[in-house]
Design a protein around this ligand. Structure first.
Ligand code: OFO
Length: 180
């Protein structure tokens, strides 16, 4: 019997579940890198509050990655440090950034839902239970991303519009992270 087969006999985590979780590690790591790149663009462009919002969001995504990383190893699997390349550095506008964030968060939600569905169908209730935190988190993140994007339509981008949007992004960030 191969070493890998012996290891999988000593754990309840299925190989295909481990693969899905490692794919999610990569997705959370990509989110962190993507938001850091967006934060840098905002910072460079003088959108101070948008930059703060995105630096924090990037840190949070790394924390999301690490929670799954630790879970895989604690469950007897092997978490892989993901290779993250091809991160975009330039953006056309502040609005484009927040459109991309909402789109990205919806993709993350679908990926989380897929793991939850898989874990339930395999009767892996430990992973199913562990992933509930992410279900709630995605619900909150999608709402926050939608609120941010709505600011562009409510306020408008003309005149002092973009400055005002940046101020409002600062308030959204402060409400969600009173400790930062
Ligand atoms: Fe990891 O929560 Fe968004 O992507």
């Amino acid at each position: 019997m191969k070493a890998k087969e012996i290891v999988t006999l000593q754990r309840s985590l299925l190989v295909d579940t481990e693969k899905l979780l490692n794919t999610q590690v990569e997705m959370e790591g990509t989110s962190s890198a993507y938001y850091l790149s967006m934060a840098s663009w905002c910072h460079m462009m003088g959108y101070e509050n948008a930059a703060k919002y995105l630096y924090t969001h990037s840190d949070e995504e790394r924390m999301h990655m690490m929670k799954i990383f630790q879970y895989i190893n604690e469950a007897g699997g092997h978490a892989f440090q993901p290779e993250i390349t091809g991160i975009r550095h330039n953006f056309n506008s502040l609005r484009e950034i927040f459109e991309l964030i909402l789109e990205h968060e919806i993709a993350v939600t679908k990926s989380i839902n897929n793991i939850v569905d898989h874990a339930f169908s395999k009767k892996d209730f430990a992973t199913f239970s562990f992933m509930q935190w992410y279900v709630t988190e995605q619900r909150e993140e999608e709402t926050m991303s939608r609120r941010a994007l709505e600011l562009f339509d409510i306020i408008g981008e003309e005149g002092v519009g973009l400055w005002t949007i940046d101020q409002e992004l600062g308030k959204l960030h402060a409400a969600a992270h009173p400790q930062v």
